[in-house]
Design a protein around this ligand. Structure first.
Ligand code: PLP
Length: 448
């Protein structure tokens, strides 16, 4: 149903609304990095959809059945069954979150100077591969800029073949949906072809499927296929050697993840590293309570009423922004609206952190927390300078989203007054999480 949440509240959390002066002080103390702001000072938190989900009454009830045994816990058995059913793979290794899976897989596949290809790596994988002295390379579809093209999450198959033929590629990671490029869906045909090509050159093909259910509903809508969400997910996971996901997204959970595979070849090494870094393979860094929430969440996410409501919320916000003239990536993706900050605020250069300037202004004017996906996150590897407004699952209402659009309207009126930023300090591998910034006032630039 149009603009109607298919859930009602049983538990609520108070939202605080501070004054402009209070928020300006908070920003200054946070080094203009919204990761450093306490959530009690946030009005609408669109920083991430990861682990910020509202759980259902059924998830809460299942959680009470928790079994915290170190080995052979019943909670693990329920988790295992649900994860297998979700992705249709024989073996499941639990991990505490997505990046733990990335770390284990990087340990196995990466070697110094090897290239890791992707339709677009997300920040954690990107940083982990660099840490392992591999070279993460993004090869998104060349049709990315074409508004009418529906599968902007795709990989560039020509470039994929050229890299596989000519370079030292360790493995290929398909991110579904493509988070860093707008939560855009990946077409099944593209995955199948990328998989076949990668196999031709004898390399492992891995799916990062933390939003694969959102991908499935978009695929169903665009292709008009008459299949259930589970069947669609299984058609995607058919084309990979290894599937992993952070269940903080489409697991509708607060924590967790898993690695899944059919082939026994990689299993012993994955299990060994999971024991070293995560915990015994029947809990993998997760409590029984987490595993129960995930087991139930992986079933609820297959419900088309839920998924339609989810993508409807995203397009509702996207359309509001589009209507007031804020440049947004279209069609809208599965979990977030992405604003093209460079197009919106033309006078600030990418290297003066134009997207971060918009992130700061959203907080300053409305207490809205968003995240920069651009020069601060990826440096000169940034493909675009975007601001991601990620919508937590089942958490905000349409009126919260209307409030966000109202703040954008105010910003649009005054956007020519915005300044760029400079970085005072930042960790080189994960700059956006750690950066301390200061405004680069235009009066200063003119003087220097
Ligand atoms: C596409 C993608 N892969 C991997 C991760 C990492 O997952 P986690 O935050 O659970 O470590 C994220 C997190 O946002 C993501 O969006």
């Amino acid at each position: 149903m149009e603009n109607f949440e298919l859930y009602k509240y049983k538990v609520v959390q108070k939202i605080n609304f501070l004054s402009l002066e209070e928020r300006e002080k908070i920003l200054e103390n946070a080094g203009y990095n919204v990761f450093n702001i306490s959530s009690k000072y946030i009005t609408v938190d669109l920083l991430t959809d990861s682990g910020t989900n509202t759980i259902s009454d059924l998830q809460l009830s299942m959680m009470m059945l928790f079994d915290e045994s170190y080995a052979g816990a019943e909670s693990f058995e329920r988790f295992l069954q649900s994860a297998k059913d979700f992705c249709n793979k024989r073996f499941i290794v639990p991990v505490h979150q997505g990046r733990a899976a990335e770390k284990i897989l990087a340990e196995i596949f990466c070697s110094k100077g090897s290239i890791v290809l992707s339709n677009t790596h997300f920040d954690t994988g990107f940083a982990i591969y660099k840490y392992k002295e591999s070279i993460p390379v993004n090869i998104p579809t060349p049709f990315y800029g074409d508004e009418a093209f529906l599968f902007k999450g795709n990989i560039d198959l020509d470039k994929l073949e050229s890299f596989l033929k000519n370079e030292n590629v360790s493995h290929v990671v398909m991110t579904i949906t493509n988070n860093a490029l707008g939560g855009q869906p990946v077409d099944l045909e593209n995955v199948a072809q990328a998989y076949e090509l990668t196999k031709k050159y004898g390399k492992p093909f891995i799916i990062d499927g933390c939003r694969i259910a959102e991908n499935a509903i978009l695929y169903k809508k665009y292709r008009g296929v008459n299949k259930s969400i589970k069947e669609i997910i299984h058609s995607y996971t058919h084309y990979c050697d290894i599937f992993y996901m952070s269940t903080k997204k489409d697991g509708i959970a607060h924590m967790g993840g898993f690695i899944a595979l059919d082939d026994e070849k990689f299993l012993p090494k994955i299990r060994q590293l999971a024991i070293l870094f995560e915990g015994f393979p029947s809990y993998g860094g997760l409590s029984g309570k987490d595993m129960e929430i995930i087991a139930q969440g992986l079933r609820e996410v297959l419900d088309e009423d839920y998924l339609n409501d989810r993508i409807n919320q995203v397009s509702f916000l996207g359309n509001l922004l589009d209507r007031i003239g804020v440049p947004v990536i279209k069609p809208f993706g599965g979990h977030a609206v992405f604003v093209d900050a460079q197009k919106f605020i033309e006078h600030i250069k990418p290297e003066d952190y134009v997207a971060q300037s918009l992130v700061v202004e959203l907080y300053r004017r409305g207490g809205i927390r968003a995240v920069e996906v651009g020069y601060l996150m990826y440096g000169k590897d940034a493909i675009r300078n975007l601001v991601r407004l990620a919508i937590p699952r089942r958490t905000y209402t349409y009126s919260h989203l209307q409030f966000v659009a109202k703040i954008f309207e105010e910003i649009k009126e005054n956007k020519d007054e915005l300044d760029g930023f400079e970085v005072v300090s930042a960790d080189p591998l994960v700059p956006h999480f750690t950066a301390i910034l200061r405004p680069k006032r235009r009066s200063n630039i003119e003087r220097s």
